[in-house]
Design a protein around this ligand. Sequence first.
Ligand code: G
Ligand code: G
Ligand code: MN
Ligand code: NA
Length: 255
Amino acid sequence: LALARDLRWVVERRELVLHYQAQLDTRSERVVGLEALVRWQHPQRGLVPPGRFIPIAEESGLIQEIGRWVLDEALRQMAAWRAAGLPVVPVAINLSVSQFRHPRLPEDVAEALRRHDLPAHLLELELTESVAMEDSDFTIARIAALKQLGVTLSIDDFGTGYSSLSYLKRFTVDKLKIDQSFVRGLAQSPQDEAIVATVINLARSLGLHTIAEGVETAEQLDFLRRHGCDEVQGFHFHRPAPAEAVAGLLSSETL
Ligand code: G
Ligand code: G
Ligand code: MN
Ligand code: NA
C-alpha cells in the first residue's frame, strides 16, 4: 500500500500536524480545554485524517514514534502559547492501546512535561475503553503510574466498547467522554437521551467529570445543560483547527 510506504518517513519529513478542538464549560461556554487531533499533511494527497493512517501506524508499530511526536508537539505548543502570554488550558491527547502498553510511556510523559516545563495537570490522556477493559495487574499499575504523575485520565468514546462497568471502581480515571453516537440522538431518540442522562448520573455518583463529544445543535446543548454534563465539544462551537486559529480563540477568552 502506497500510504503505508509513505507513512514510514512521516515524522522525519515533518509531515504531521496537530489540529486542536475546543472543549467548553457547559454553563459558561468558556474554553476550558483543547483536544489535539493529528493529521498528515501528505505532499500529494493533502490533509489525511487520522482514521486513514492511525490504524496503519498501529499495525506497523510506527504508532509509538507518532505518539511521541504528538505528545511533544502538543506540549511544545502549550508552552509557546504560555510564553506568548495567552491563557493556558489543559490539552488532551489520544492514546492507542499499544501506546498505553509501551514500557516507557510514564517516563516519556514525565520527560516531555519536564522538557517543556509544564505542570502535569495541563496534560490529559484519552484512553479507549479497550485499554481500560483489560483487567490485569499491568493495567492497574500503569493507570496508577500515570495518575501519580498528576496527568488527567479520561475514557474516550465512553459506552461504545464491549465493556463492563466494573473497571470504573478499580481504575482511578477522572473523566468520561460521552461518545458522539449517543450525543447525535439527543432531542430525537429517547434511547440516546436515556443513555446520556444515565452516564451523566453514573459519573456524578462516582465523582467523575463528563464531557459530551460531537455536540452539533443548540437542542443537544440544551439537553446536556439540563442534565448537568460538565463540558461540551463539537461543531456547534468549534471545529478542530490549526494552532494559529486556536491562538486567536484563546486570546479572545478572558478566563
Ligand atoms: O478520521 P477522524 O478524524 O474521524 O479520526 C479520529 C480518530 O483518530 C479518533 O478515534 C481519534 O481518537 C484518533 N486520533 C486522533 N489523533 C490521534 C493521535 O494523536 N493518536 C492516536 N492514537 N489517535 C488519534
Ligand atoms: O475518537 P475521538 O473522540 O478522539 O474522535 C474525535 C473525532 O470527532 C475527530 O475526528 C473530530 O474531528 C470529530 N468531531 C469532533 N466534533 C464533532 C462533531 O460535532 N460532529 C462530528 N460529526 N464529528 C466531530
Ligand atoms: Mn478523543
Ligand atoms: Na471519542
